[in-house]
Design a protein around this ligand. Structure first.
Ligand code: MLT
Length: 201
């Protein structure tokens, strides 16, 4: 997958896996990594799907309606890619924390829903429930930060709560930070994610 890898100064710090929103690129979230954990390795990936020229991590049938088969396939592809990138760039595959926004948060959630130990933790900005009606793997104590908008038209507050309930049901340790700026990723939300990261890692 097209990506940027920046080697960090602290080999013990988790590698941050950056996953952009629809229409973004691997450059978009580099600033977030600086704010969250400047010492970390950064693996920033571009989604392989194009929707009217806009990169995404998986196909959708309509706004908020995911192409489930493609989601499953693309989640496997991303999980394999992280394995390959760890071997190529020499980082610890078992110490990867995802930072995703919107579509990127949704594929990060899908990694957690499909692959045990795929992530050490996750910062999910404005995520949705990636799939329903499946058994999710155990996430014993896995730290998850969710940044959400009370008035997010793409991800309603009830869906945020639903996602949190599913993750907690699998044993994840979830913290939700609420904002009132719709689907926007705000600086204050990123700062909260950074504070959370410093407490957890
Ligand atoms: C998605 O398709 O993943 C969500 O609707 C978020 C978005 O990308 O707009």
């Amino acid at each position: 997958m097209k990506h940027i890898f920046n080697k960090g100064t602290n080999p013990e710090a988790p590698t941050l896996l950056l996953l952009h929103g629809t229409g973004g690129t691997e450059h978009d979230l580099l600033g977030l990594a600086e704010l969250i954990s400047p010492e970390s390795n950064v693996l920033s990936v571009r989604g392989n799907v194009l929707e009217n020229g806009m990169p995404r991590f998986f196909r959708r049938l309509a706004e908020g309606v995911f192409d489930e088969q493609d989601l499953i396939l693309r989640t496997a592809e991303l999980n394999d890619f992280i394995d390959e990138a760890a071997a190529e760039h020499g980082f610890d595959r078992d110490n990867v924390v995802a930072v995703g926004y919107s579509n990127g948060a949704n594929i990060a959630g899908s990694l957690l829903f499909h692959y045990e130990h795929s992530l050490k933790g996750a910062i999910l900005h404005h995520p949705m429930v990636p799939r329903r009606g499946i058994d999710v793997p155990a996430m014993n104590g896995l730290p998850v930060f969710i940044g959400a908008g009370k008035n997010d038209p793409i991800c309603p507050a009830a869906e945020t709560e639903e996602l949190s309930t599913i993750l907690e049901g699998a044993g994840a340790d979830v913290e939700i930070h609420w904002e009132n700026y719709g689907h926007q990723l705000t600086r204050s939300e990123v700062d909260k994610a950074g504070d959370w990261f410093k407490r957890r890692f």
